[in-house]
Design a binder for this molecule. Sequence first.
Ligand code: AP5
Length: 223
Amino acid sequence: MAKSLKLVLLGPPGSGKSTVAEQISKKYSLQDVYMGQILRDEIKKDTIVGKEIAKYLNKGELVPGNFVSDLIYLIVHKKTKFMLDGFPRTVQQAEYIQDMKININCVLMLEVPESEVIKRLSLRRVCPNCRTQYHLKFFAPKNKNICDKCKTKIIRRNDDNPKIIKERFRVYHQKTAPLIKHYSDQNILYTVDASKNPKEVIKEVIKKLNKISKGKNQSKSKR
Ligand code: AP5
């Protein structure tokens, strides 16, 4: 694997970004920065900032301003190997960190039809304690509604109800989808068919990352 991997996972809500991130970060020793979870953790602490963040998450809107970008800067500016899940979500956020010399060098775009994603999100459940994710049909817990790992009652995320899911999609198409062209123009965008089952998706991601890494090492040795 290349020495520097500054990876972004892009994709609509429910495309499997966190599922991929969990596996890939372990395999490639990447720091996994999951912005949605960082924001939910702040809400859980019930701080003034958390209360402000909740207003946006509960409506399916993006947290406005540079707060999220500044946070990303603080977390990764000295790192050479990381994976950003849920950041950037706008071209403005991408440019903001680029101006701060955080140079993303690989973007994986998880492609999956909206109809499939809606099925995934409406039956997703999470453990509020250890954060394990379930899907009531595809990856149901062994005991109904109880987390396999820590035995806590699993819950539905506040933003996983049909009205908010619809709004998250609207926001994705309007604000996040322009990043596809932004990164494609920089020749660092790679697409992955994320409509398959998780094992196959991970396999494809690994295959792509190995190929990308080989390419990077070769172009380095040519210089
Ligand atoms: P975030 O938590 O990142 O939500 P999201 O982008 O909508 O993505 P999800 O977590 O819903 O889905 P995912 O793609 O990670 O899929 P997952 O692996 O979970 O962000 C939440 C909110 O935070 C935003 O709406 C916004 O308000 C705010 N926010 C975040 N970043 C921000 C930023 N940069 N700026 C401003 N605001 C920001 O999978 C989904 C389900 O499908 C699971 O049940 C899983 O088990 C299942 N599944 C996964 N893969 C497969 C598969 N291949 N086949 C079948 N099922 C699968």
